[in-house]
Design a protein around this ligand. Structure first.
Ligand SMILES: [Fe+2]
Ligand SMILES: [Fe+2]
Length: 180
């Protein structure tokens, strides 16, 4: 599927993708930070894993920020929305416990991975630096998804309630970021 965007004057599709992904990584950092805070009480055995994921997300955010700086473009207007939304989502799901935390990660990462693969396809042969940044993070996002999927009980209540809500919210934020 093509990557849809409303671009500003002089902005390339790769520029916009880097901005949106940078904001998204900030959101991911905030989700995990808030989940870690709540999980200390609700799911202490998950805290180390969540810290490991957050370290990855910080690395992703830094990687995309370097791309923004190299291109001389400002961060996305959705940056603070991603941060605040991520923190709220992370804290609420963290309070709900381990299955809600895992269901959130699976839903977010599934949507993110689909977008990343579409972005790679759209930018292939067009922007080598952007492509390298996308490829840099793909394996780690897949690890977050797969590890968390391993914590889920198939068809559980949490998956059925949280998955569609979180997936739709993630889609909405990306949709908005590509058009702001
Ligand atoms: Fe990430
Ligand atoms: Fe991730």
């Amino acid at each position: 599927m093509a990557v849809a965007a409303r671009l500003k004057l002089g902005e390339s599709l790769a520029d916009r993708v880097m901005k949106v992904d940078h904001a998204g990584e900030h959101g991911a950092v905030c989700i995990y930070s808030a989940q870690i805070a709540a999980a200390r009480w609700r799911a202490p055995d998950l805290v180390d894993e969540l810290r490991h994921f957050r370290d990855h997300e910080r690395g992703h955010r830094t990687r995309f920020l370097a791309e923004l700086e190299a291109r001389g473009v400002a961060r996305c207007r959705s940056y603070h929305l991603c941060g605040t939304g991520g923190a709220i989502l992370g804290f609420v799901t963290g309070l709900l416990g381990r299955h809600a935390i895992a269901a959130t990660t699976v839903a977010v990462e599934r949507v993110v991975l689909r977008h990343l693969h579409e972005q790679v396809a759209a930018l292939d042969g067009k922007d080598a630096a952007a492509l390298a940044a996308l490829r840099f993070i793909l394996a780690e996002e897949q690890e977050h998804h797969d590890t968390s999927a391993g914590h889920l009980v198939a068809g559980s209540w949490w998956t059925r309630i949280i998955d569609p809500v979180v997936a739709a919210s993630t889609e909405a934020v990306i949709w908005l970021g590509m058009r702001l």
